[in-house]
Design a protein around this ligand. Sequence first.
Ligand SMILES: C[S@@+](CC[C@H](N)C(=O)[O-])C[C@H]1O[C@@H](n2cnc3c(N)ncnc32)[C@H](O)[C@@H]1O
Length: 275
Amino acid sequence: MSTLLSPARAGTPLTGRAGAAVDALGDRARICDLYDAHGSRVYHDICGRTTQEVPEILAAVRGTDGPVLDLAAGSGRLTFPLLAAGHQVTALELSPDMLALLRAGLTNAPDEVRRRCDSVEADMSDFRLDRRYGVVLLGTTTISLLPDEDRPGLYRCVRDHLAPGGRFLLTTVDVDPAADGTDESEIPVTGARGHGYLMYEQWSPGAATRTVTVLPQPVPADGPVTVATTTIGVLPARQVTAELEAAGFTVVATTPIGQGTGRHHDVLIEAEVRR
Ligand SMILES: C[S@@+](CC[C@H](N)C(=O)[O-])C[C@H]1O[C@@H](n2cnc3c(N)ncnc32)[C@H](O)[C@@H]1O
């Protein structure tokens, strides 16, 4: 059973330049998970409407039959383009705060779109819905949020919810530590509402996890400062493919997504249940 603040992160002090930036804030720092009540607003502002993966996923879903189950749907970054393309979508999400943002987005959608979407608060590694799907989608490299012991549950639930001939579409990221010769990168980002952020990504070569930490930039002169952080497993496509094959799937396609960012190379994996 998954929890939002990963055990690897909870109570662990931040290190490196991210840690120094947080130390400099002293007791003004409010450290939270990237998907909880405070962090979800930061995530949604930075990522909630970006189009990364969207064309590739829409192309892979085009022409499939039946509804789409969007796992770890967050605030609906992939759900809304799927709805706009005419699909029936179930959005499943563990964080009630992320789900609230998705549901708020739905209230602004036309009736016809709202009717094609239902949403459920559940854990993607342990859920039971009374329905089968033409596509089960797990985008945004979110499989890497699940610890090793929870991924068999995910694969079982996906198998149980795919209609005959249905497809499991998932993305993962190959991280290349040699690309910039550092184990901590610092990326300035501007959110949809115009706020600035500094995003730190820490990953030591060979480590099984990487940590992403986001601070406002510039840091406000006074008052509490939200520091949103998440720890993510590093799951190369080769490992995900082997796990899927062992869990009774056949991988039918593996496609690189976009150009990558030097360090990151996203991959779309398409799999079917082996009959
Ligand atoms: C990287 S975000 C992706 C959200 C959305 N798909 C998008 O593209 O913006 C990862 C999401 O996974 C959710 N999540 C984490 N663990 C989960 C679990 N065990 N079951 C369901 N959702 C989970 C988080 O709350 C968060 O909303």
